[in-house]
Write a protein that binds this ligand. Sequence first.
Ligand code: XUL
Ligand code: CO
Length: 461
Amino acid sequence: MSSFAPESKGTGSGGSDASVYDADDAEFFPGVKKIAVDPSAGRDNTLVFKHYNPSEKVHGRTMEEWLRFSVCFWHTFRGTGADPFGFPTLVRPWDDGSNSMANARRRLRAAFEFFTKLGVKYWTFHDRDISPEGATLEETNRNLDEIADLALKLQQTTGVKLLWATSNLFAHPRYMNGAASSPEAHVFAYGAAQVKKCMEVAKRLGAENFVFWGGREGYHTLLNTDIRKEQNHMAEFFRMAAAYKKKIGFTGTLLIEPKPKEPSKHQYDYDAMTVIAFLRTYGLENEYKLNIEPNHTTLAGHGFEHDVVMSSAFGMLGSVDSNTGSPDLGWDTDQFPMDLKNCTQIMRVILDQGGLAPGGLNFDCKVRRESTALQDMFTAHIGAMDTFARALKVAATIAEEKLFTKHIEDRYSSYSTGIGLKIDTGATSFEELEQYILAHGEANVNSGRQEHYESMFNNYM
Ligand code: XUL
Ligand code: CO
């Protein structure tokens, strides 16, 4: 099972001899074959799929079609385990820690070997994660083009596709006060130039979506901030991005990813309903959908599935950054989703809306800084994929049995006839409703039966 030695010891194996991985036939995960499907494997074998079988049909489609898993490059191939209190712990043998193009190439080749062995069909990246920023925009763009050439080649040879690309508009010091919401026009222009290039690269790589996460689009103090001006500028930025998409014939869906805080104290794209209201305020609701990340949803004080449910209800769910926070910590821990009930709630929504394509389930997750072995990268993804495969099956049973549908229909049945139907179809008035109450008197309110619904949900687990 564990053929990863000596890397499986974890820290300390990276660095100086990274160049051995420059050879064309270099193997980054020696000894790991394509992860197998083996439901009968022992419970302590966490390096096989026990539930996820890509070609297995559930509810009319294959698991692969429903789940559309994607690995994110930034956590899995750029994550170092560094935190505000400690140095990097995740030292990968092919990564010499430098900003060189050679290192960027090695990381990318390692990533595609990982995607292939894991058996996912999609990946996602930030422009600055895959290729280093240069001294000028020209140099930066040249670096990105060169790495994109390699990415295209690797995509073609492996069949792995790009779920989405995004621009990192938050790490460089120029973006410390925001990008599209920066108080300085020069910074706004820099962000626009960066997104323009990234969208061109996304198009070249056949990206099915393009994401905007407003890393520092928000404020730290209202004392120095003109919030209406900043949001007007953000809307202008989004308007230009949509126009440029059409101009170059990029067909991917544009997605905005809500998050309430971190790194800014308050971020403008607070949660799903805030973003939907923003898009409608500025007439952009037909150009964008949402990329929902449950850890962001819980940071906003909502339940895990809340924003997935809300955005889907309004026809705005585009994709999911499927991760989780730690229920007992109040920050963005980006953990792998391993909770069957939570994942079932997400899959119920995806089934109900008929799928997530062209979006997918992107693992915007990082292994813990203490999970230092190379096999932890595999185990983490396999565990989350298996959880979602089980969740898909449970959600399919719930959908097929229609018990929840029937119970909810019953709960709202008073809107199917008489005065209820008139309310439901917008065919009545305050005067008529007053007459109704004068004729019928007090309402007889039914039990909400929350515990009944919770027990019913438990019965499916
Ligand atoms: C940050 C986050 C980002 C976006 C892409 O919390 O989720 O990684 O998904 O920029
Ligand atoms: Co995310």
